[in-house]
Design a protein around this ligand. Structure first.
Ligand code: UGA
Length: 435
């Protein structure tokens, strides 16, 4: 099947590479000519495990092409995925749909014959209706369907999530579009991945509701963690004990420094706005977003408390800067607020990250960047584990102890257990356990 993917960002690129790997013939189009030239020779603009191999393999097999020429790319395609960005609109938190609508106008000017236009970008309920009317007014005689097919992949695990999804959601009221979309995803049905057909507007809302629910779940366990610290209980055991109930489930109950990334902060804000637009309210989501925002700086206060109430003139080392491991993405990373609060409190801040240093240098200033945990720990009065990269899961504590001014570890991801750290002479603080 001939597929075109508009947008070579995170979702577009992963989708294009995976569809090509299923055996489809895929053209991925982007306006950024440097990005496209790099992709043609297999140079990937983001860090995502396995993606470079997948792209290179499918370019060599002539199943995957990159271009800046949208007209040529959409001509003859049976299915066109719109996977452009929908960032937060400055000022009001709404999703900015200008790239989606521009893509719809560009597509409308060019396509021939029955075409399915699929919205894979995360878009508010009703966007499909708007895209349909843009295309309909440009091409009154064109036969086409606009389908919603949200993406649920996680950064750092994107290929696995795409190829072995918990579910595929397809929103359309049209039988013909259902049949074609079933063909697109046929390799996954053979893996028995559940496919869920629903109406287009409902499908659009499923994506936001899912992300908002996960954001609330994380925020809930983070507040329980705070209570555990006050009440001398263990949040990891609370989460495990809760999660054994199938209705609750084990996942997304890891307490930490608050969620970040390109999705949860933006999508919760957009969903709250959508609810307001319709005259409703999503108070739980609104509160979770506010609580999560405050939590990031609260983590710096936790570090200050672990250092005896002041970090003025002290050196603090941060391990991990990206919003989670296996990505170089710094968008809304908790590290940004933690660094700022420590600098405001008068600390000297050393930082390191296995992959995200270049991105971090664009958003964090006033700190010194080090190549690894040990150079970062040199002369530090405390180390703070912010992102749970594998490189920080088996630290050499005797070595760190010798390097550090004071042996204090604040583990914001609960990677270690108190007993194993304390036997090396460290003072250990974590999340959701009595300090
Ligand atoms: C999230 C969703 O998980 C995906 O299903 C969705 O497709 C994606 O957004 C999107 O809309 O594009 P992602 O932002 O890549 O994926 O990362 P997650 O693994 O969900 O983590 C988000 C944040 O929550 C991270 O900061 C992570 O550290 C934090 N988190 C996650 C916790 O603090 N505790 C947990 O138990 C889980």
């Amino acid at each position: 099947m001939d597929i075109t993917v508009v947008g070579a960002g995170y979702v577009g690129l992963v989708s294009a590479a995976c569809f090509a790997d299923f055996g489809h013939s895929v053209t991925c189009v982007d306006t950024d000519s440097t990005k496209v030239e790099n992709l043609k020779i297999g140079t990937i603009p983001i860090f995502e495990p396995g993606l470079d191999d997948l792209v290179t393999r499918n370019i060599s097999a002539d199943r995957l092409r990159f271009t800046t020429n949208l007209k040529a790319a959409v001509k003859g395609a049976s299915v066109i995925f719109i996977a452009v960005g929908t960032p937060s609109r400055r000022g009001d938190g709404h999703a900015d749909l200008s790239y989606v609508y521009q893509a719809a106008r560009d597509i409308a000017g060019t396509v021939e014959g029955y075409t399915i236009i699929v919205l894979k970008s995360t878009v508010p309920v009703g966007t499909g209706d708007e895209v349909e009317s843009i295309i309909r007014s440009a091409r009154p005689d064109l036969q086409f369907s606009v389908v919603s097919n949200p993406e649920f992949l996680r950064e750092g695990a994107a290929i696995g999530d795409f190829k072995r999804p918990d579910r595929i959601v397809i929103g359309t009221e049209e039988e013909r579009a259902r049949d074609v979309m079933s063909e697109v995803y046929r390799p996954l049905f053979l893996n028995q991945s559940p496919i869920f057909f629903t109406e287009r507007r409902t499908s659009e809302l499923i994506k936001y509701a899912s992300n908002a629910f996960l954001a609330v779940k994380i925020t809930f366990i983070n507040e329980i963690a705070d209570l555990c610290e006050l009440a001398d209980a263990n949040v990891q055991d609370v989460a495990r004990g809760m999660g054994l109930d199938n209705r609750i489930g084990q996942k997304f109950l890891h307490a930490g420094p608050g969620y970040g990334g390109s999705c949860f902060p933006k999508d919760t804000a957009a969903l709250v706005k959508t609810a307001q637009d319709y005259g409703g309210a999503l108070r739980i989501v609104e509160t979770a977003a506010a609580v999560n925002d405050q939590r990031k700086r609260a983590m710096a206060r936790k570090v200050i408390a672990a250092c005896g109430g002041s970090v003025k003139g002290k050196t603090i080392g941060l391990l991990g800067l990206t919003f989670k491991p296996n990505t170089d993405d710094m968008r809304d990373a908790p590290s940004i607020a933690i660094v700022q609060a420590l600098l405001d409190a008068g600390a000297t801040v050393n930082v390191t990250d296995p992959i995200g240093m270049a991105q971090a240098q664009g958003v964090i200033s006033g700190v010194t960047f080090y190549p690894d945990a040990y150079t970062c720990a040199d002369n530090a009065s405390a180390l703070v584990l912010v992102t749970e990269w594998d490189a920080y899961r088996a630290l050499d504590f005797p070595r760190l102890r010798e390097l550090m001014h004071l042996p204090i570890l604040v583990d914001l991801r609960n990677v270690y257990r108190a007993a194993e750290i304390e036997r090396h002479g460290f003072i250990y603080n974590s999340v959701g356990h009595k300090p």
